[in-house]
Design a protein around this ligand. Structure first.
Ligand code: ZN
Length: 166
C-alpha cells in the first residue's frame, strides 16, 4: 500500500491536469470559411466534370484502344492533378496531408494506365483504373459538405441570405 499510494496520487494529479486542459476549450478546431467553401466548390465542380467523363476511359480500356487511352490521359485528365492539389490546399490542415497523398496516388495510377497502354497491357490498365476510382472516392470523402447547387447559384444565394434573414 505504502508503495502504491504515491503512485495513485500521481495518477490522480495527471488525470486532473488532463481534465483541466481538455475542458479549457478555448482552442477551437479550425473550420471552413465561406470563401474557402466557395473555392472548394468551384474547384471540385471542375473535378466532377472530369469524373463524369471517366467511363470513356473505361470503355477504351475495355476495347484495348491504346491510342485513345493515352490521349485521354494526356488530354481530359491532363490537369486533374493540378485541380486536386488546388482543392487540397483549401482543406483543413488535418485533412491536407491525406488529400495530397491521394492526389499523388491518383496521378500514379494514371501514369501506370499510360504505361500499360504503351505496353498493350489491359490487365494493368484496368486494375489501375479501378484503383484510381477508389482513390478519387477517398479524396471526395475528405471534402467538407458542399451545397449541391451550381457554384454561381450558390454564390447568389449566399449574397441574398442577409436579406431573407431580416
Ligand atoms: Zn491508389
Amino acid at each position: 500500500m505504502s508503495f502504491f499510494r504515491p503512485l495513485i496520487s500521481f495518477f490522480l494529479v495527471c488525470i486532473a491536469v488532463l481534465v483541466v486542459s481538455c475542458s479549457d476549450g478555448n482552442v477551437k478546431a479550425p473550420t471552413y470559411s465561406a470563401e474557402s467553401l466557395t473555392r472548394i466548390q468551384l474547384a471540385s465542380a471542375g473535378v466532377e466534370k472530369i469524373k463524369e467523363r471517366l467511363p470513356e476511359l473505361e470503355s477504351y480500356i475495355d476495347k484495348q484502344d491504346w491510342n485513345n487511352i493515352r490521349s485521354f490521359i494526356h488530354g481530359p485528365l491532363g490537369d486533374l492533378r493540378t485541380r486536386l492539389v488546388g482543392i487540397s490546399k483549401e482543406l483543413l490542415p488535418a485533412d491536407r496531408p491525406k488529400s495530397l497523398e491521394l492526389g499523388k496516388e491518383i496521378f500514379g495510377h494514371l501514369n501506370k494506365i499510360d504505361t500499360a497502354a504503351a505496353d498493350n497491357n489491359q490487365n494493368i490498365a484496368a486494375t489501375n483504373y479501378s484503383e484510381a476510382l477508389k482513390d478519387l472516392a477517398a479524396f471526395n470523402d475528405l471534402l467538407p459538405e458542399l451545397p449541391k447547387a451550381a457554384p454561381t447559384e450558390a454564390a447568389e444565394s449566399t449574397m441574398k441570405a442577409p436579406d431573407s434573414m431580416m
